[in-house]
Design a protein around this ligand. Structure first.
Ligand SMILES: Nc1ncnc2c1ncn2[C@@H]1O[C@H](COP(=O)(O)OP(=O)(O)OP(=O)(O)O)[C@@H](O)[C@H]1O
Ligand SMILES: N[C@@H](CCO)C(=O)O
Length: 322
């Protein structure tokens, strides 16, 4: 579960005094998610999500994340809207942690997705990329090449505990990606964590995107590569090319990919697989036994990484022209 910081009614009521949110009726911790502590609140007016920002969220980045949600919502994208406090700030402090109230988004994430859902995800992602274009704040991707090297420096010595030979394999992979990573693809604000649990549906219709706490400025096509990994592998590890084609077609129905973006996709997918492998590996090795969080399996992403390493061109992702 992800409630790292426990809160009590007295402190919460005090925190709510800074908002025009109505009177607190109930609150409960949300067990899903791994990054932050989340609570569902009911006031006499509305349902709200309270998020307390934990280890990986730097307080200095909150104006970017919360301002971005506000900006995207203003552009018509369906995503949670942060509530401003009386003083105009979009977050305050609760139990020693930065904390924000955001609007409750209707819908549920899909436990089992189909190609038609992947198409919707592609459409929504491309809309987000366009809507973010005139957002004024920039945030570099802390989990790109340099961030991967930093994570690897902390985990490499123990990697072979997870699978024999990993230390050499990942060291070589990182060196390859450092040598070949693209430098001049179209870029803008990307979500960077658009996994199934961050996309809500009502029936088959996408109702909105949540969890912008890895959003940053990076290549648009890297965001698509993240989704190839997060949406297009089946539980048995097989890559589902029908889903990938639907995802990319959905994306291109809103924003066309350039030839350079298409060509870079296999490499970007390798990098994206490595990114999630490394954060998962770090958590796997460093999270103490008995901590109240479900650790995600790094080896799942190692398998994806190996798959993309064998891909010769983006046509293997279902693109007709590559
Ligand atoms: N605006 C919202 N409306 C409705 N439910 C929400 C909203 N924000 C969060 N939730 C609920 O809280 C859960 C966890 O939220 P979120 O994904 O932001 O957490 P997290 O700790 O950042 O997780 P992770 O990064 O692992 O996906 C979601 O799966 C959803 O059930
Ligand atoms: N989506 C991430 C966790 C939260 O960022 C993963 O599956 O590893």
């Amino acid at each position: 579960m992800a409630v790292y910081t426990e809160i009590n009614e007295v402190d919460l009521k005090d925190f709510l005094k800074a908002y025009d949110a109505g009177e607190l009726m109930s609150f409960k911790g949300i067990t899903e998610g791994v990054e932050n502590s989340n609570f569902l609140l009911h006031t006499d007016r509305e349902a709200l999500i309270l998020t307390l920002y934990e280890k990986r969220v730097d307080e200095g980045d909150l104006p970017f994340y919360l301002g971005l949600m506000e900006h995207l919502a203003e552009q018509g994208l369906s995503c949670p809207l942060p509530l401003p406090r009386h003083d105009g700030a979009l977050y305050g402090l609760l139990c020693g942690r930065p904390a924000a109230l955001i609007s409750f988004l209707e819908g549920m994430w899909l436990r089992k997705s189909e190609a038609k859902h992947c198409r919707e995800v592609g459409v929504a992602m491309a809309k987000m990329h366009l809507a973010g274009q005139d957002f004024a704040i920039r945030r570099e991707n802390a989990l790109s090449l340099k961030g991967w090297v930093d994570l690897w420096d902390k985990s490499a010595a123990r990697a072979d505990e997870v699978e024999a030979g990993l230390e050499d394999e990942i060291t070589n992979e990182l060196a390859y990606l450092e040598d070949h990573w693209p430098v001049d693809l179209p870029e803008g604000v990307i979500h960077a964590d658009l996994f199934p649990d961050n996309v809500f549906f009502i029936g088959d219709e996408l109702s909105g995107l949540i969890d912008f706490y890895f959003a940053c400025n990076d290549f648009f096509a890297y965001d698509l590569a993240i989704c190839l990994n997060a949406w297009c592998f089946e539980k048995d590890g097989a890559f589902n090319v029908t889903k990938a084609r639907a995802l990319i077609e959905g994306y291109q129905s809103v924003r066309s990919l350039s030839a350079a973006e298409v060509e870079a996709l296999p490499l970007l997918a390798r990098g994206s697989a490595l990114r999630f492998f490394l954060t998962r590996l770090y958590d796997w090795l460093m999270t103490p036994e008995g901590a109240m969080v479900v650790k995600k399996d790094p080896l799942e992403y190692l398998r994806y990484l190996r798959f993309h390493r064998s891909v010769k061109s983006a046509s293997e992702y279902g693109l007709v022209k590559a």
